[in-house]
Ligand binder design. Sequence first.
Ligand code: CLF
Ligand code: SF4
Length: 320
Amino acid sequence: MKTDNKAINSMRNIKKDGNSNASDYNNSEDIKRHPCFSVEASKSYGRIHLPVAKSCNISCNYCHRDYDCPNESRPGVTSRLLTPEEAVARIYEVKSLYNEISVAAVAGPGDSLADPDNTLKTFELVRKEFPELIFCMSTNGLNLKENINDLKDADVKFITVTLNATDAAIASKIYRFVNYKGICYKGNEAAELLLEKQLEGIRTAVSKGLIVKINSVLIPGVNDKHIREMSESIKKMGVYLFNVMPMIPADKSFFQKIGVPAATRQDIANVTEGITGINIMKHCRQCRSDAAGLLGNDISSKLNNNKEKDHDNRKCCSGV
Ligand code: CLF
Ligand code: SF4
């Protein structure tokens, strides 16, 4: 299978560059069972998202926190938060409906590392009950570097970072604020800080042997002309997979209010055409933060999930 051979070759090349560790072989085996990293795997293996991450620490202009994080999750649906203990029970519930679950992930509804304790506790509890599951996590990257060792210790193998620009001037049009260690940054300062932390986090994750995917939200008129340049940068960092997703501005988000249009699948095809040297994901479903089952046959609507709206709205220093 083309993608999986590429995966193994990519791992070998990383090893040649001395940029990875002894778990590489196991990692390539894991790719063959990860439905997002292998199209072939997505036909039979499912994933479960455990919505335990309540808060967020940045403000993306396409987001409104009445909804799931659009960086990894489809906006428009509010997921019920789970405690780490409930997350374990959720896996039993999902496996009773579809047993071929290979990946357990934390992907919102806020940022997985805004308050890392719940995320790490969830992985710890799940590992005790389900030793066979591969762990995956998505994040905006702000707190990634400082949590890498804990994530490694928790046996997380796959990390997705949402990186919408590698140019701070472009990033400054995408984020309203960044709240880092209790201090609120805005404008260029926020964009530069977030970008610095994202790049440090990505490089550290790769150097520690984690398999990294970059999600980029394609925002018409904002970062669409920048995607190719980004692909060159992330290739050099050892990122394994690049997933360009169409922006679907959340209801009441800043971009929706000022009329930035949603991107289309054709826009994605146009901007990714001709990119080489990095795997391009083409089967993303922009799933919600409580998604479960096969990518092509989500069973989350069958779960005990009473859609209560109980996750935080973010607060910045100015109370935005
Ligand atoms: Fe979930 Fe993301 Fe892990 Fe997959 S989803 S945290 S890498 S287990 Fe997959 Fe869903 Fe697309 Fe994400 S289809 S939104 S890429
Ligand atoms: Fe919204 Fe935070 Fe996700 Fe950005 S990272 S889309 S602000 S939840």
